[in-house]
Design a protein around this ligand. Sequence first.
Ligand code: PLP
Length: 398
Amino acid sequence: MATLSNRAKGLKPSPTLAINAKAKAMQAQGVRVISFGAGEPDFDTPANIKKAAIRAIEEGFTKYTAVGGIDELKDAVIEKFRRDNQLTYKRSQILISCGGKHSFYNLAQALFDRGDEVIIPAPYWVSYPPMVALAEATPVIVETREENGFKLTVEDLRRVITPRTKALILNSPSNPTGSAYEKEELERIAEIAVSNDFFVISDEIYEKIVYDGFQFRSIASLGDEIKKRTVIVHGVAKTYAMTGWRIGYAAGPEEIISAMSNIQSQSTSNPTSISQKASVEALIGPQDEVERMVFAFAERRNYIVDRLNEIEGVSCFKPIGAFYVFPNFSEYYGKHYQGKKINNSTDLADYFLEVAKVAVVPGIEFGADRFERLSYATSMEEIEEGLDRIEDALKKLS
Ligand code: PLP
């Protein structure tokens, strides 16, 4: 008798989490691994946010809440969209979930059916294709190019639209490339979405982590027609160093949000009561800690991009946002170490881990095999040493 569902059989664990687990296991054996794997800030959650959580516990705010989140947090989310994006939402258009990933999962379950096509620009965040597939829809992967700043062009988009296109996933700033769309680029995409009547899922989780004065725009803010077709996925994890607290949120048309809430009510129920109170403080409390963290990320970004571009045969796009670099190492494919050939991004990541004791995530997991993803959400000392090790390891290849 078959034991597992086809759905479960086809599913791999998240590769980024798997790499981190492997690096941690090596560290536990006493190996000093430098990890560029983690998709989380290395900073602690700011003290005012922690205090709000402690207060919630002390006041006994430890019971079930409304499934879709407490009104106080929905109002804080509404205020954030008003303040930062000039977007107006009602409470019925907001759903609080257990992380941005959960928001996306609920959305995929609420919006997609078998036969629906969902356009995903590559390089993409690892979890989009599996979550689309779990909803039985078809991921339609469109490659973007390094020379276009890893952004979807209008021509590329037009080429893949069919009558079955249900949605486009946009992630700006992007994990893994750090690319981000300008207002004019979003306007062109919005026009196409409206005229072809498909939805845009706008993952804005890295909105606040941007550099060199980049002005973030939400595609939903570009007019009523596109707003009606956009669901924003967001969360507190990256901006406020709150990855473990598990609070994400979605904003969009009432009908979709209500369906997502029903799915949540039959699966997880409400997100953690304590984390919800902490997230209110995160969103509407003082924001200066965010500035401090972004300042540190910017310094690391400059260093890591320069160092990578100085390595012979490596090219690295300078990120506009998020805290990842996505360098192209493909010049090294075909080279050998002790008789073993490096064929692709997985081989190279394995080589870095085994020989240099440096953890990176293979680009293939993001749909781009010529690249590796390195997170620079780690200390400057670790970045320096990690890059020294990578450089040495590359020199050993022949
Ligand atoms: N979206 C993107 C692009 C991400 O990189 C992540 C986390 O890595 C998420 C969403 C989900 O974040 P969380 O579920 O921790 O809120």
